[in-house]
Design a binder for this molecule. Structure first.
Ligand code: ATP
Ligand code: MG
Length: 350
């Protein structure tokens, strides 16, 4: 069933190409008959054709059955106007593909207790997924810079959601919880934000359709605290774009490294864009230091969610686990393995 399926590979910038290369090697080894096409994105897209999201790249992403994305961001382009900066490519892809639901699982792999910032017994209990809304919030609201009447420089980003946007992500949250331990925690800041009050109202309405799910609500500041105090208590978290961004980076350190966390960004029909939660990491780019596990695990999520190949996904996840068990570790996990060596270890385990 995977035979002939088209995968768009968009390596991007910094460590993006290094980690997607390892994910590609793992997919190749599984011999699933997938067809791969690569295209530049981010700073690489700008270099190739003057735009971070070239038309041909977007067209490929739309045509493909799934997109495997590396990372975008290149300090060389920081001074460009916002619309031309590398980061705009991923926002444009998410918007154009209507991938509004971002699934970010965080699970403790055996043996990584040393890398976690938490006590082993606290870290080992982590098995959660953050369902982050991806098409709204301050990222897409009106933005601007100006001057106040008093002549002071001013900046603003509008935080905005409408009820349909909240409803569709709430459904994904409940459905994700239903496939797991049946517990959904909706995270907001309803004590101070109107968007959060709307969020809470709509989540409560949607809950009526999922009587079997245990729904709780938590303010984001408390959620940040609970995530390091007692993360084992979380099953599924559903939250907005900004809060989800922050909480998932935090969750990554609880399980050892940002280099371990994959993600799936899904549209309403199961088509998806798959990427590690980390960025382009310019500080370690080109040095073979990047941990490819997040990209490899993203490929596994792609097989599971968009290509109906759960068995192959299970095999990849087991291979990552087995590779870590042999002691293979990139520097972020306290080891000395290169990106390629870590990929080799996963391939060997496969
Ligand atoms: P973005 O805005 O795209 O999320 P960011 O500013 O959050 O990017 P990252 O690129 O994710 O930053 O990098 C944050 C830190 O984590 C950096 O020190 C980077 O070297 C490290 N890091 C990120 N990804 C990896 C990885 N795969 N392996 C090892 N270290 C990583
Ligand atoms: Mg980040």
């Amino acid at each position: 069933m995977t035979h002939g399926k088209l995968i768009a590979i968009l390596p991007g910038d910094g460590i993006g190409p290094e980690v997607t290369a390892e994910a590609r090697r793992v997919l190749d080894a599984l011999d699933l008959g997938l067809v791969f096409e690569e295209a530049p994105v981010g700073g690489a897209g700008y270099r190739a054709s003057g735009h971070p999201l070239p038309d041909a790249t977007l067209a490929l992403a739309k045509r493909a059955d799934a997109v495997l994305f590396g990372a975008v961001g290149d300090p060389e382009f920081d001074s460009l106007e916002r619309a031309l900066r590398p980061e705009q490519a991923i926002l444009g892809l998410r918007k154009n593909l209507t991938t509004f639901a971002n699934l970010r699982p965080a699970k403790m792999f055996a043996g990584l207790e040393d890398a976690s910032t938490l006590k082993p017994e606290v870290a080992n209990a982590i098995d959660l997924v953050i369902v982050r809304e991806l098409n709204g919030d301050v990222y897409f609201g009106a933005k601007g810079r100006g001057t106040t009447d008093a002549g002071l420089r001013e900046g603003h980003d509008l935080m905005r959601y409408d009820e349909s946007e909240v409803r569709r992500i709430a459904h994904v949250g409940f459905q994700t919880a239903a496939k797991r331990r049946g517990k959904l925690c909706s995270v907001d800041k309803a004590n101070v934000l109107e968007t959060s009050q709307l969020w809470r109202d709509v989540v409560i309405e949607v809950a009526a359709e999922y009587p079997q799910i245990e729904l709780t609500h938590m303010y984001v500041d408390n959620a940040a605290m609970q995530l390091v105090r007692n993360p084992g208590a979380f099953d599924t978290i559903v939250t907005g774009n900004l809060f989800g961004d922050i909480l998932s980076d935090q969750a990554s350190m609880c399980v050892g490294s940002i280099g371990m966390l994959p993600s799936a960004s899904l549209d309403a029909h199961g088509k998806g864009l798959y990427e590690p939660i980390h960025g382009s990491a310019p500080d370690i780019a080109g040095q073979g230091k990047a941990n490819p596990c997040a990209a490899i695990l993203s490929a596994a999520m792609m097989l599971r969610h968009s290509l109906d190949a759960s068995d192959a996904a299970d095999r990849i996840e087991a291979a990552v686990s087995a590779a870590l068990a042999t002691g293979a570790r990139t520097p972020d996990l306290g080891g000395t393995a290169t990106t390629r060596a870590m990929g080799d270890a996963v391939l060997a385990a496969l």
